[in-house]
Design a protein around this ligand. Structure first.
Ligand SMILES: [Zn+2]
Length: 221
């Protein structure tokens, strides 16, 4: 489905606010009856500056209703989320401050990588403090958590990572390439999942298994 529609948007690849070209779109209508209906529209956009693609989804849900715009007209409330590039990670069970700092780093990753990496470093610092790491700088705090086996000893590249983040303290001009930044993001994401998300999922699984065995025991009697 080609179209020549254009949408004003900030491109999260290159940071330009520009008229993006709509390359394709697909509407999915749904109707559950009783006046409850809506639609989802998935739209592929291309930035005219960097030529990269962005995927968004607009959704309408009759239960959410409408709002009055600045000209006094009633408008349907349409929710828009960006599916790609991803701007938000929804972590479960992660302390709020860590979650917020990580997501602010993620939002600006492709736009201002040099600020993004500072926010990412801050995320790692918050994690260390939350885990009660001892040490006078980030590197020694991470080493402390490795020693206490809070960070897995299998993180064989940890020294490379801490060195990179450590350099941020010393130099004002930060230069990171895309591959490096992705690597650092992967690392911090892994740490968050390892420390907060996975233990919570294991707990949920154990609770489910407990419930199941309770039901089975009841069935025996
Ligand atoms: Zn762009």
């Amino acid at each position: 489905m080609e179209s020549n529609k254009q949408v004003v948007k900030i491109c999260t690849h290159c940071g330009n606010e520009t008229l993006m070209n709509q390359i394709a779109s697909k509407i999915n209508n749904w109707d559950e009856g009783y006046g409850y209906y809506g639609w989802d529209n998935t739209i592929l956009l291309q930035c005219p500056v960097c030529k990269k693609m962005t995927l968004i989804q607009e959704s309408y849900d009759s239960a959410i209703g409408s709002y009055i715009d600045e000209y006094g007209n009633e408008k349907d409330y349409i929710e828009e989320i960006q599916l790609y590039p991803m701007l938000k990670m929804n972590f479960n069970n992660v302390p709020k401050e860590i979650n917020n700092t990580y997501n602010s780093a993620l939002r600006i990753k492709n736009i201002t990588p040099e600020i993004s990496i500072i926010a990412l470093r801050k995320t790692l610092e918050l994690i260390c403090n939350n885990q009660k790491a001892e040490g006078k700088n980030l590197e020694s705090k991470i080493n402390d958590l490795c020693k206490k086996e809070i960070f897995s000893s299998k993180l064989k590249d940890i020294s490379k990572i801490t060195k990179k983040f450590g350099n941020l303290e010393a130099h004002e001009n930060i230069k990171v390439n895309n591959t490096e930044l992705n690597y650092l993001f992967d690392f911090v994401t892994y740490i968050i999942e390892y420390l907060y998300v996975i233990p919570c999922r294991i707990n949920e699984l154990e609770n489910k298994l407990n419930d199941l065995s309770k039901i089975k025991n009841k069935e025996k009697f």
